[in-house]
Design a protein around this ligand. Structure first.
Ligand code: HEM
Length: 391
């Protein structure tokens, strides 16, 4: 968590400068993407990518470009584009460049792993890559001076690519959705701030250190957790998919059987999370539904909230994500006010919103599902704690 807090403080300071500078519209999403790239760069590679401070890192840039290319090439609305050999080549070529960046990171950590200096680092913090190397080099008969085997390198490279992508994009989308929904619901914002006062005290400046020194404090935020869950219920950044097979026959509530052999089965979180058969008042933003006791009309049906999916392939990062999002809200919710500017930015736009529950920040596919338009907004200092932070 200290790494997360360190990066969140950089974001908070940037937002503070924006809030103090005036009321210009800006897009929040590029800032949360940079934040999450920097956090996940440390968590996955133990690398300081510096997107927030020094500008876009080539690894982050190539990853983001790869997502764009992949989604363009898979765009079902663009059949002709899919036949374009140049696109296929660009995707392959960019994928190759991405692999090279990942390999560079691996090689750096292999070198560090072998040096005496890293022994101290190892005790302090182990990235996912560091742990993989430690396991690899601890295998019987392998010496620290051995080069990394080609097959292992290939496998490690693709696993780390997955971790890097999974670790930044969806969390960034969830952060943006939180800012959109919470500030649209003043009653929710008020309760959230009240909980933060209770847990962290009224000294905003102390909050970051409190979390970095004692991350367990984030477990004392039930209302904040409910707000995050409710946000992701309505704005799910991901979903799940499985290959069907002969012995997997799904059964509907009315008893109808659905064989899956020869099909891919998608757990579509957007539809499941808004299904009136399993959620009371499904279109309303009601964090309380995650706090009521079983039997209450708002209590979610078992298995209805599937944001990280269930079973052996569920999300590896879920506990981490929930901590990151709690820390994000704890650091920002009391200091700032966000105001979404969709109506100004998309003024005069003729779009049929009936298929997206009339939601102007509807989700679009861009790696994970993101609120559209990169969240155009204004920010101001809330003045919630008078006398704090020069307010
Ligand atoms: C809001 C943020 C996130 C959401 C909504 C999310 C959601 C999901 C979902 C739905 C899956 C598919 C699970 C399945 O098919 O059963 C998944 C898989 C995965 N997630 Fe996340 N995730 C998030 C953040 C993260 C983070 C931060 C990490 C890593 C640090 C991560 C690592 C992974 C990995 C490695 C898998 C593949 C697991 C496997 O195939 O065994 N995720 N995630």
């Amino acid at each position: 968590m200290p790494i997360v807090v360190e990066q969140l403080v950089i974001l908070r300071d940037k937002l503070r400068r924006k809030a103090q500078a005036g009321r210009d519209i800006f897009h929040l999403e590029p800032l949360t993407l940079s934040l999450m790239n920097d956090i996940i760069g440390r968590v996955v590679f133990n690398a300081e990518l510096g997107n927030q401070t020094a500008g876009s890192h080539p690894l982050s840039e190539t990853m983001i470009r790869q997502l764009g290319l992949k989604f363009a090439i898979n765009d079902v609305m663009d059949n002709l584009g899919q036949l374009n050999p140049f696109r296929k080549f660009s995707t392959w070529n960019n994928g190759r460049i991405l692999d090279n960046h990942v390999r560079d990171q691996i090689n750096k950590r292999v070198t560090a792993f072998r040096s005496a200096k890293v022994q101290e680092e190892r005790d302090a913090f182990k990235s996912i890559l560091d742990q993989a190397l430690e396991t690899y080099y601890s295998e019987l008969g392998r010496r620290g001076s051995d080069p990394v085997d080609g097959n292992f390198m290939k496998m490690l490279c693709s696993q780390l690519r997955l971790f890097f992508f999974a670790g930044y994009d969806s969390t960034s989308a969830a952060m943006v959705a939180c800012c959109y929904l919470i500030w649209k619901h003043p009653e929710v914002l008020a309760k959230l701030r009240e909980e933060h006062d209770k847990v962290f005290g009224r000294n905003l400046a102390a909050c970051a250190d409190m979390i970095a020194e004692n991350p367990a404090v984030l477990n004392s935020l039930p209302y904040t957790t409910a707000v995050i869950k409710e946000t992701m219920r309505l704005f799910p950044p991901a979903s799940g998919i499985r290959v069907g097979c002969a012995d997997l026959v799904l059964k509907g509530q009315d008893g109808t059987e659905y064989p899956t052999e020869g099909f891919l089965v998608q757990m579509n979180h957007f539809s499941i999370h808004r299904n009136p058969e399993v959620w009371a008042r499904p279109r309303e933003f009601l964090p309380e539904r995650f706090l009521v006791v079983p039997g209450h009309e708002l209590c979610p049906a078992k298995g209805a909230w599937r944001i990280f999916e269930y079973g052996t392939r569920n999300c590896t990062g879920q506990a981490f994500v929930m901590k990151e999002l709690r820390a994000f809200l704890a650091l920002l919710a009391r200091e700032f006010d966000f105001q979404d500017c969709y109506d100004e930015v998309f003024a005069g736009e003729k779009v049929d919103l009936t298929n997206v529950d009339y939601e102007k920040a509807y989700l679009v596919e861009a790696g994970s599902a993101h609120p559209r338009g990169m969240f155009p907004c204004r920010i101001s200092l809330s003045g919630y704690v008078p006398g704090e932070l020069g307010i």
